[in-house]
Every structure is written in C-alpha cells, then in structure tokens.
Ligand binder design. Sequence first.
Ligand code: SF4
Length: 309
Amino acid sequence: MLQQTGVKTVVPYFQKFTNKWPDIVSLSKANENEILRYWQGLGYYSRSRNLLKTAKIINRDYNANIPSSLEELILLPGIGDYASAAIRSIGFNKKATVIDGNVKRVIARFFSLEGTLASNFDDISYLAKMLTPSKGNADYSQAIMEFGALICKPKQPECKLCILREKCLSFKYGLVLSIPEAKKRINKKKLKCDSFLAINNNQFVLIIKRKEQNLLKDMWQLPSSDWISEMSVRKLSSQIPFKSNWIQQKKKINYKFSHINLLNTTYVTKVKTKIKLDHLEYKWINLKELDSYPLVTLTKKILLDNNLI
Ligand code: SF4
C-alpha cells in the first residue's frame, strides 16, 4: 500500500484491510472484486491484484509461509527489488539493502552527490550496499528510512537535531537544500471526459465494469466517454449510453492523475425504467448496495456531489 502512497493516507486502509484479512490463508480466499473494494480510493490498483495473486501462490506453494530467499520472492507478482529487500530485511532480519526514496535522499545528502536522485542511482545503490550491516539489519533498514522521513526530510531537513551533521558533506559545504536536485516537472496532459449519471426511481443508478487492460481494470464506474484532449470537440450523441433527456451539470470535476489532469463534465438523466444495454457489462444498482462494488474515485465524487452516497 505504501508504494506511491503516503503513510497518512494508508493507515485507515491498512487497518480495515488487515482486520478483514488478518493472514495469508484468509487473503488467499478473497475474490478480486472484494479486494478492489477495500482498495478503492488508494489508486494503483494493480498492487491489490498482485497482492491477491501472491497470497494465493504463497498459500498453495509455500504452505502459507512467506519465502525468505531473494530468488523465490522476486518471482512473486508485484514483488521487485524494493519489496523483496524489505521483506528479507524487516521480516526476516536477513542482510538485504532496502532503498526507498528516503534512503536515496539521506545518502545523496550525506555524501553530497549533486544532481537528481535518478542520475546518481548507481552510486547511491553502491553506497547503500556498503553501509548495509550484516547484523541488526531489520533495525537498520527501518531506522534509515525513518531518519529520512523525520530528520533528513525533503524540505526543511532538521540538520540542527541531526546526529550525522558532523560528517555530512552537504551540511559541511552548505548544499543541503540543493541536494538532491529536483526532478524536472512533467507537463501533465490535459484531457476531458463526460460521465453519465442515470437514476431510476431515485433508487437505482447505472454502473458499468471497466474492461480495459489498465490500472482501473475490473473497477466499476458510471458510463463515460473516452478521454480526449481538452481542446477537442465532439458530439454528445456519440457518447451517451442511451437516448434520454441528459442534463449537463454546471459543476465540473477536475481530477488529477500523476500524468493527466482530467476535466469531467457530468450529465444526469432520470428514467422510469431500467433501460437495457446490450453492448456493455452494466448493472442497475440499488444505492444501498453500492458499497459492495469497487468504484473508481471519479464516480464516487460524482455520486457524492449528487448526494447519492
Ligand atoms: S545534516 Fe542535514 S542534510 Fe545532513 S544528514 Fe543530517 S539532516 Fe540530512
């Protein structure tokens, strides 16, 4: 959960998730829909699918015991260099070098490596390995990551409190605030889309299952148009899920992804019957049952704005 996501956001998700599935055996029996529902709002949904696949494999092939060798861990879905090192180090207290963003920044500053973290990655990895202790590895890994999060922070590091200050080269040369060099800001694509909120009897809404092989695969959402450039023009009639009196809502929703700014316009219609759509995997869901569907965040925002959840 903590990959790409901050601790503050993760804590309530983690608590709910581990209350529901406290161990690998119970998690391995969950279905993907349920997992996605507990993950909704955290984003990067492939992490949750991989977690489920990995739990199933560990339950089936390892008698529900997490393996501790690098060779076995690295073959599990969703486990790469960082996660395998973290499991080996923190979980098994084995010698493994954990390198997250905090560790990279502490090392870059301590050794005064000018440039971006990415441009110094080889040097940082080499130095991180040199520093990795054989004993007490679990404590060391957690300590250096926490040190980066609490003392050698990205902005306003606490150099006055720092126990490494005497030996820190960035501090010595007055370079603390310029190391690491900031990444170049990416220009986010500006796209737009239309979402269609169909309400039947003030009780049911129409939702569809996403099929595209992307991050949001198998999540549920309101029917919506393709995402197109903010400057493009298209006819509403080519996008609507069915003919009806669609009313455009004034309030637009600006939704931010890591590489995209998406401007959503919502159209609402009230229908007397639950219209059938042959070409989509869709459901008319009673508003009281919406909780049991993993919904994409944009759909949740639209439903909230319309006081439907
Ligand atoms: S002295 Fe400042 S820059 Fe150097 S390690 Fe400590 S907190 Fe980080």
